[in-house]
Design a protein around this ligand. Sequence first.
Ligand code: KG4
Ligand code: ZN
Length: 342
Amino acid sequence: MNILTLESTCDETAAAIVTDGLEVRASVVASQDDLHRRFGGVVPEIASRAHVERILPVIDETLRKAHLSLSDIDAVAVANTPGLAGSLLVGLVAAKAICVAQGIPLIAINHLQAHVYACRIDAGRDVFPCVGMIVSGGHSSLYRCRGPLDFELLGGTIDDAAGEAFDKVAAMLGLPYPGGPSIGRVAADGDPRAYAFPRALMGEDRLNFSFSGLKTAVRYAISGPGRPDPTSVRLSARQVADLAASFQEAAVDCLVGKAMAAMERVNMRILCVGGGVAANSRFRQRLGEEADRRQIELHIAPPKLCTDNAVMGAIAVERWKAKLFEPLDLDILPGVVRTPVD
Ligand code: KG4
Ligand code: ZN
């Protein structure tokens, strides 16, 4: 049994073919980083147009790699929430077209649940119930996950997402997009204690994040309030490394601190972490140390499954087993459905 999974929520066009035993038969990711780099962030209209150009070649390539044809596909699954409206539409329309042409069922994927499910795929065994943490370019959220399809929001960012903060700080430091990997690279040579940046909301009970103050603090450390655009300030390699390392350390402190607070709040033993920022090596190291200390069973998606991909769309297998198929008038849902508990 083969499910074709499609991912086009943001700026990666991806497809994969997975079996009901969670075997990955092929996976293709077409990154749009080159198109967005000169803007320092994702431009939604450029992203959706690029998806239109790439979605069919990506599907073709995936089938070719798996040595399969469309007639071997038993269902098509597509991420229809959350994400950029224009981008989501491209994947959804492609999925519907294949379902109509082949007479096969359509399955909906929640992109955030899929990021957590990347841990399930990597573990090769059940990881639920768990606390699920998603740290990506669009989201920084903590969930109580009773099962792969049963998520309850515990808290999230009240302003920027973690990845967004990495991208914006990287732009201020003149580092290339995407900013997360760039910051990680230069931070390795910097002193994380060189600048005392704020750790917002750390003294509070709320399981929320805030990164806008941290971002502003970096800006002021570069050029000061009311001073010129930080990108016009010439910084030495040492300064860039120290600023990047100090920013990264503050962001990681907040992410690790709130993840541990969530574990205590819901009294769970397993923590599953996914999303692009989870590829950050300092974050992985700190999370690993804290989890060891507290005897938490930690699953962090492998770096290739942290950033957007269609393999994590294997969460569709859970829906296939429960016969949760969608009508062909399924729509996109760009925003996150929020059910906060505090
Ligand atoms: O999960 P993802 O590919 O897309 C969304 O669903 O948003 O996450 C992309 C984000 C970007 O902000 C990128 O800068 C960040 O993840 N990112 C990283 C790393 N790799 C990607 N952030 C920190 N360290 C990394 N190594
Ligand atoms: Zn994502």
